[in-house]
Design a protein around this ligand. Sequence first.
Ligand SMILES: *[C@@H]1O[C@H](CO)[C@@H](O)[C@H](O)[C@H]1NC(C)=O
Ligand SMILES: *[C@@H]1O[C@H](CO)[C@@H](O)[C@H](O)[C@H]1NC(C)=O
Length: 412
Amino acid sequence: MAATFRLLILVLVLVVSPSVRAARDAGAVVSRIAFGSCANQSAPQPIWDAVVAFDPQVFVWLGDNVYGDNKRPFRVFGKERTVGPWKNVPRFYPSTEEELRRRYQLAKAKPGYASLRERAQVIGTWDDHDYGLNDAGKEFSGKVFTQRLLLDFLDEAEDSKRRKQAGVYTSYMFGPEGKRVKVILLDTRYHRDPLLSDGTILGDPQWQWLERELHGPQSEITVIGSSIQVVSNLSATTGPLFYVESWARFPRERERLFRLIESSKRNGVIFVSGDVHFGEIARFDCGVPYPLYDVTSSGLTQSVDNSVPAVFQPIMRLLAVLTPTTMRVLNPNCLYKSCTTGQPNFGAIEIDWNAVPPRIKLELRDVEGRSVHSVEFPISELQPSVFIIAVVLLAITCLSSILMCSKKTKKE
Ligand SMILES: *[C@@H]1O[C@H](CO)[C@@H](O)[C@H](O)[C@H]1NC(C)=O
Ligand SMILES: *[C@@H]1O[C@H](CO)[C@@H](O)[C@H](O)[C@H]1NC(C)=O
């Protein structure tokens, strides 16, 4: 009798558990998603109040969810030299497993974040500092335990497939048919070749998985989360002074991503990213046959404005304005000013499913919850058909910028 009972329970669990999960993923209409990155677990994190006030149904971590590694001081001379040709120790070094776990505990205990976790489904991926080491890729040896710690932080189920695979990439489908939002989270660390190699970011198994995800069941909107920026190429402006990580620094890999989206015929793709310590709404019209947005939210605590003394902050803002806007949003509000923000921020996606056609608003909000930059458009704009007129306009824009660039190069 007891055995039959146990069997019955087992059968019930097997039958019910996938549908419980599906209900959580596919049930309610999702119309508010928030996202963010770069949160110092040792600093106050007042921004959570604004995130909670936005009342998202889903919150997406885009990496540097904690600062797990350690930085040696900037030293040109002395016993431990971290800069210059005499450099004898690396600037960054990883933490032990115990220390990283302790930092995640600090992050999880932040009251604002705790109250967000009660209200919203929290999902996420990682970037370098929570992966374990600044700018690290596949060579980083601590990645097996750091993967476990991230998944613990995200309350990933013990039996989740995500705990058995190499890397933390995953996907979610929210909402009922006709109002579906798919969220794909990439792992830009676990399999990444060295910088400057123009090798792979995702690695073969993740590419094959991504191909299946993009070809899989339809969704009205597909949000692809990448810790590093996909559209913007800040390095093109800041190099050779300094370089930031981005898909654009792996041009072949970036092109492969755009071609995969195009060949999957998936409409409604939007990128969200983090990493750079400023917020940016970028739009790129030459990637796939419709406009590609990349909304970068960075960081929840870390920001370029706060990284310099208050007197230098106007200079930081001026630099942001002077940064070429060729890959920024072509929006009347943004045309002559940069769509970046150097203050702490979070990203907000709002979907008005009742509008015909449904409309989407992409936004960056500050610590007070105030909108800093936003764009709003019908989701039908993210498909090829409506795009034809825009293509012509854009061809002209792209062509003229190419001409301008080639002129510049000739001058040099
Ligand atoms: C985090 O905040 C603490 C306390 O303010 C500070 O000492 C530390 O340097 C910060 N870490 C980073 C990575 O900014
Ligand atoms: C981005 O800028 C870097 C540095 O100038 C350059 O090497 C790279 O090819 C650029 N990527 C793209 C996609 O334009």
